[in-house]
Structure formats: C-alpha cells, structure tokens
Design a protein around this ligand. Structure first.
Ligand code: C2E
Ligand code: MG
Ligand code: MG
Length: 698
C-alpha cells in the first residue's frame, strides 16, 4: 500500500507544476498514514534528510524506550543502531538520493536499556518513511534451523521417525552407512535395518527405556542394503510436545564394526593361544576360578588334568618345527573332540595342555574315578598314530590330575598338577597320576577292585548267604539272600565294601541279575522238599537295577523261565529308592501284578510320606535294625517302632524286624504286635548248606 501511494504521489509531482499544492497534499497524506500506523503490529517512523526522527509509532517507541518528545526532532535513528548496523544504514540512507525504496535491510536496534533487537527495515523513500519488523523470533528459529541442518548433515547417521517409528527423514550419512537412500527409508519402520540378531526381549527393553527415560543407547547389529552385517552404536531420544507426549524419535548412530573387530581381535590375542586357538593360561585360570565357585554352590566338584606329550621335543627336533606345530594343532583337536561342552581344553605352554573337568560327582572317590576315566580317554586318544606332512609317527602322553577338593584356588591347582607331572615323569611315561597320594592309592585300589568285580562276575566268585526269617514261634518262614564276594586272595568280602563301587560303575546290574537268577534257582530247588517248599526268599534290589528300562521284563522273564511260585519271591527296596522315583511305582505295580511281593527295607530311615506309601503295592515293612538295637536305650526309638507297626497294619501290610539280637528285643517287638523277625538271635547269614542243616533242627 505504501508503494502504491508513493507511485501515485510521484506521478502527481511530475504532472503538477504547483509544488506548494503538492506538498500540502503530501503532508495531509503523511498524517493520514501516521495515524493509520500508530497502533500497527510493526514499527514505523519517518526521518528527515539528516536522519532525525520526524514521527514514530507506539510500538517502535516502545522498542527504543525513549520518551517521544525527547526523540522527535532531536535524535537520529542512527543513535539506536549497533555500529555495524549504522554503517549499513548510512550507506543506504545517505546515498539514496533517488528516494528509491530500501528493501529488507537487516539491522540491529538498541534500546535504552541496551537490549539488541534484530529488525528488518523497509523504506518507501517518501519522507524517509520506514516500516520495521521485529525479527527476534524469526532469527531464533532461523538459528535453530541452521544448527539443526548442520547437525543433520554430520558424519553420524541420523533419522527422524514419527511416534510409531516410521522414518520421516534421514541424512546423508545414513545413506553412506546403510546404503539406503533417504527415499528408500522414508515410510519404513526403523526396524527395516534389523539383521535379526536381537531377540524380542532386546527390543522390549529398548522401548521400555524410551518410554521411561526418554532415551536409549547401545550396540545394535543391523544389515546394510548390500547384505553386509554391521554393528552400530545407536542413540535414540524422544521429541515431546508441550504436553510431554512423544511426537517423534531422533536416531543417531555411528558404525563401530571395525572397532568391535579390533576389540575381539585384542581379546583373542590376550586370552587364546595363537597356534591352536585354545584358551591360554590366563583364560584357563579364569575358568577354573569360576568353576571352583560354581562347585561350591552346586555341590558337584571338578578336576584339572595336565597333559604332557612324552616325545614332543624329539619330534620337533627331528621332523622340524612345522610338523611340531601341526602336532600341537592335532592334539588340540583330539582333546577338544573328547571333551564335553561344559569342560574346557586349554594350552598352557609348549606341549602342555590342560583339561578342566566340571560337574564331577560330589563324592571325592567317585569324582577321582571319573577323572581317572577321562585321563585314560585322553591317553588313549593321544596314543593313536599321527599322520602329519607325510610323516606317520606316535607320540604318547602323560596325565596328572588334581581334584577341586585338594585346593582352594586355581593357581594352586595348576601348581599341584605341575608338581605331580614332574614327579611322575622321573619314573614313568604314558601314565596317569594324582597329585594327592591318598587319592592316588584310593583310586588305584578302586581300579583294582573294579577290575576284580568284572573278573568275579566271569569267574563266579559271588555267592549268596542266607539269613533265616522267623515267626513268633521261631519257625523258619523264609530267608533273606545276602550277597558275598569270595575273593581269591582277600577272602570273603561283605557287600558294604563292594556294592557302592558296583553301583557307581553300573556293575551292580549284572551282579543283581545274577543274584535274582540264583535266588529263583534256589526257590525252585526248595520246591522239591516238603521242609523248604513254603520258604519265602527275600532279595535286595539296588536303585540302579530298578532304574533300568527293562527291569519289569527281566523279572517277568525270570519268574516264567524258572517256573517258581512268584509269591515266594520278595523284592526288598529301600525307602528312598521307591519314593523318589515316580516310575518306581509304575514298575512295582507291574511286577506285583504277576504275584511277586515287595518289602521296604531299612524302614524308618527314609522320608516316605504316608500318602505315597499307601499307593505302593507293598506286603511288608522291615523295621531297620538301628531302631531294634536301641530298644531299652533310646525311648524315642521305641515310640518309632510302635508307630511303624501300627502304620503297617493300618495299610494292610505285615511287619518284620531286622537285627534282632536279644530276647528282650524280641519280647518288646512281640508285645507291640510284630509277628516276624530276622537277626543273629535266630541265625547269622550263612551258606546254603548250613542254612538247610539249621532248618532240619528247627
Ligand atoms: P540289608 O538288606 O539291610 O541286610 C541286612 C544286613 O544286616 C545284612 O548285612 C545282615 O548281615 C545284617 N544283619 C542281619 N542280622 C543282624 C543282626 O542281628 N545284627 C547286626 N548287626 N546285623 C545284622 P550284610 O549282609 O552285610 O548286607 C549289608 C547290605 O548290603 C544289605 O543290607 C543290603 O542293603 C546290601 N546287600 C546285600 N546283598 C545284596 C544284594 O544281593 N544286592 C544288593 N543290591 N544289595 C545287597
Ligand atoms: Mg535287605
Ligand atoms: Mg536292612
């Protein structure tokens, strides 16, 4: 509007020669404009030729902060400009002889209190009238915009998504890092870069962090457009509106693939042997320390095995280092192949390797036996011939072992096996030894006994003794078959000495099978004699036997093959065996279905619940001898005996007491209703001839 007015006026000036008329017309117009602009939302002033204020509107006056009368006719507009703005303004104002318009002059106005205000000045020339816009806000916005643009064009990849994670904007670095152009990415979920390496829980925790903390950062594995996987360090932050509601997310990432690779290379270097790629001493110590702690919590134990090649130096010297290296690699492979996933194979140095065994049995002797078996496996696998670089040769190995229970820390364990190796190598090669000499002796004895049990089975060294079971009138109603090992050198060995080892090695199954067969044969033999045909024979069954899948079939087979009366065969199980294992119940029911009887041995020492007991097909409870022997000594044991007897009758079973040695014990048991007895009072376990002879006199 100002420019139109100006044009009209100029036309009028040139057309009209009467300057006085024109000037008064102009002045009238100026006044009209002044009035119109007085309360405008922009600044407005007129200056004379020297730049002195002629008029100023309310808003601009407020910006400057001077009283109007001090300003008008006295102060120059230049007085309220910053030095740089003064130079700019002077250039336009004083050189503008043609009264041409001034367009969008960016100046800084200073108020009386020193505040600087960015303004945009437009002048229409006539009487130097200007309109002024306050640019403070626009400037700020502009500044932010410039910073944002610069940031967005940084070297780190950036993208902006809406609240649903849909990409709205992506920068150049995004393209150079991912291979996707901004156009490729727009409208897609930020998830489209995923390489599928993170699970649901990972993204879940990312979203949780974004909602709760407003940001997330971490490593994330993504896939480039060319299919390549890369690791990025990603920071995401929320953009919220004035109400605190998330409107956008800004993602910012850098590619850390190379630094990751360098990092893992450094780890590989520090913790792994470069030749064999096995863990080195450092990592091994770490693993042992961890396993020592685990062992304390789990109750299981572990062992370390030091493996030393017997002839490595000779092979290295004669066949060359290249073959030596290949041998070490081959040894590493063979050891790794035989070790289980939880074990650890490491290379200590030179030709020394360590096998760390975990999860060994809690019983030290059994753990030692397991470690010995592993050690023997190691020796066997390393003794196999090597075929390397066209050379076929043998290289035996020696093994020294230390159990976790012998040491409290990793370093000590390694010292032990090292010491044991040095000692053993003085006299022997290609053998296995323990650091602890007591363990060594025990393990050796065990190994001897294990071999003996194998031999005993083949050579028929086992035999059954029979201990009478009697009624209240001391009449023999049957016997318990008790196993004995007639050792060729050591003489008669009691079951307590060898059954634990037989259990651990699984040999109890063939031995138990032999016991069952012999018992059935005995029952068959008794059938023929009137004096013995009614005798019931009790046979002890081990937990290992009962666990066998084919146990039911084996018993059924035996009963039918031997054609005995199944009711005369009584299987003795212990409380813990029958009640811990669910499938024991199933097996007992199946076996009972063919008529075989069950008795619970050592009753009162286990923790069977009454409800479980009621579910079992039992015909008898056998009171443990420890209670019987405490009759008259421990009053509480007497209470237990009374309770067991009442319980048995309540559940429809009979009761037998074992370990009865005195008349007083028998009398007490009888008084409380126990009808059957077994113990030295009536006869010790004895060979079949003695048993049958005693029966004659009975
Ligand atoms: P068990 O089944 O509780 O057998 C009773 C044990 O008590 C027998 O020991 C027997 O000799 C002993 N004994 C009997 N009367 C008396 C007595 O009046 N006083 C004392 N102090 N002891 C008495 P044994 O023969 O040494 O057998 C020990 C354990 O070995 C048996 O305990 C049984 O658990 C196991 N066993 C024996 N034979 C076999 C078998 O064939 N197979 C299996 N798996 N285990 C067997
Ligand atoms: Mg028994
Ligand atoms: Mg017993």
């Amino acid at each position: 509007m100002a420019n139109e007015l100006e044009l009209t006026l100029r036309t009028e000036i040139s057309d009209n020669t009467d300057a006085v008329v024109v000037n008064s017309k102009l002045s009238a117009l100026e006044l009209e404009i002044d009035a119109a602009y007085e309360h405008a939302p922009f600044g407005s002033h007129t200056l004379d030729d020297d730049g002195i204020f002629q008029h100023i509107n309310t808003l601009e006056l407020a910006w400057i902060g001077y009283p109007r009368d001090v300003l008008i006719g006295h102060k120059s507009f230049l007085d309220f400009l910053t030095p740089i703005s003064q130079i700019i303004f002077q250039k336009y104002f004083f050189n503008n002889t043609t009264y041409g318009p001034i367009k969008n002059l960016e100046l800084d106005l200073i108020s009386i209190d020193g505040t600087v205000r960015p303004i945009l000045l437009n002048s229409i020339g006539v009487k130097h009238r200007s309109v002024i816009f306050d640019m403070t806000q626009a400037k700020q916005h502009d500044e932010k915009q410039r910073i944002a643009t610069a940031a967005f064009n940084s070297v780190s990849g950036m993208f902006i998504t809406d609240r649903n994670g849909i990409i709205l904007q992506a920068n150049n670095a995004f393209t150079s890092l991912t291979g996707y152009s901004e156009h490729d990415a727009l409208g897609k979920s930020a998830h489209f870069l995923s390489a599928g390496q993170h699970d649901q829980a990972f993204y879940q925790s990312m979203w949780e962090s974004l909602t709760e903390l407003g940001s997330w950062q971490g490593e994330i594995i993504n896939r480039r457009k060319n299919g390549q996987i890369f690791t990025e360090w990603l920071s995401i932050s929320n953009v919220v509106d004035v109400h605190g509601v998330t409107t956008h997310y800004i993602g910012n990432f850098i590619d850390i693939t190379t630094s990751k690779a360098a990092e893992s290379e450094a780890i590989r270097f520090a913790y792994f042997d470069q030749l064999t790629q096995l863990p080195n001493r450092r990592l091994l110590l770490d693993r042992i320390a961890r396993e020592l702690t685990n062992a304390k919590h789990s109750g299981l134990t572990g062992a370390v095995l030091l493996i030393n090649l017997d002839k490595f130096k000779i092979i290295n010297d004669t066949l060359g280092h290249e073959v030596g290296d290949l041998l070490l690699i081959e040894v590493a492979t063979r050891l790794s192949n035989i070790s289980s996933a939880t074990d650890c194979v490491a290379r200590l140095n030179g030709d020394e390797f360590v096998l760390l065994l975990t999860k060994l049995d809690a019983k030290p002797l059994e753990a030692a036996a397991q470690a010995r078996r592993e050690g023997e496996k190691v020796i066997a696998v390393l003794n196999a011939p090597y075929q390397l670089n066209g050379n076929k040769f043998y290289c035996t190995a020696s093994v020294s072992i230390d159990l976790f229970s012998e040491s409290s820390n990793a370093v000590e364990l390694l010292q032990h096996i090292d010491f044991a190796m040095v000692q053993s190598k003085k006299t022997d090669h290609n053998t296995l030894c323990f650091f602890d000499s007591a363990t060594q002796t025990a393990v050796t004895n065990r190994a001897i006994m294990e071999a003996g049990l194998h031999r005993g089975l083949i050579k028929n060294e086992f035999t059954l003794y029979f201990q009478p079971q009697v009624n209240q009138q001391r009449k023999f109603i049957g016997a318990e078959a008790l196993l004995r090992w007639q050792h060729p050198i050591n003489g008669l060995i009691l079951p307590e000495e060898f059954t634990p080892l037989a259990e651990d090695t699984g040999l109890i199954s063939p031995i138990g099978q032999w016991v069952l067969e012999s018992a059935c044969a005995q029952l068959k033999a008794w059938e023929k004699n009137e004096l013995t045909m009614h005798l019931q024979l009790a046979v002890n069954i081990s937990a290992h036997q009962l666990r066998q899948d084919n146990f039911i079939a084996k018993v059924q087979q035996l009963v039918s093959d031997s054609a005995i009366n199944p009711a005369l065969l009584k299987l003795e199980l212990t409380e813990s065996m029958a009640f811990n294992i669910e499938d024991a119940i199933e097996k007992m029911v199946a076996i009972n279905a063919i008529g075989v009887q069950f008795s619970i041995d050592d009753f009162g020492t286990g923790y069977a619940s009454l409800s479980k007991l009621a579910k079992l097909p039992l015909s008898q409870l056998k009171i443990d001898k420890s209670f019987v022997q405490n009759i008259g000594i421990h009053p509480t044991d007497a209470v237990i005996i009374k309770t067991i007897i009442i319980m048995a009758y309540t559940l429809g079973m009979n009761v037998i007491a074992e370990g009865v040695e005195t008349e007083a014990q028998k009398a007490f048991l009888e008084y409380y209703g126990c009808l059957f007895f077994q113990g030295y009072l009536f006869g010790r376990p004895m060979p079949i001839d003695e048993f049958e002879a005693l029966l004659q006199t009975n």
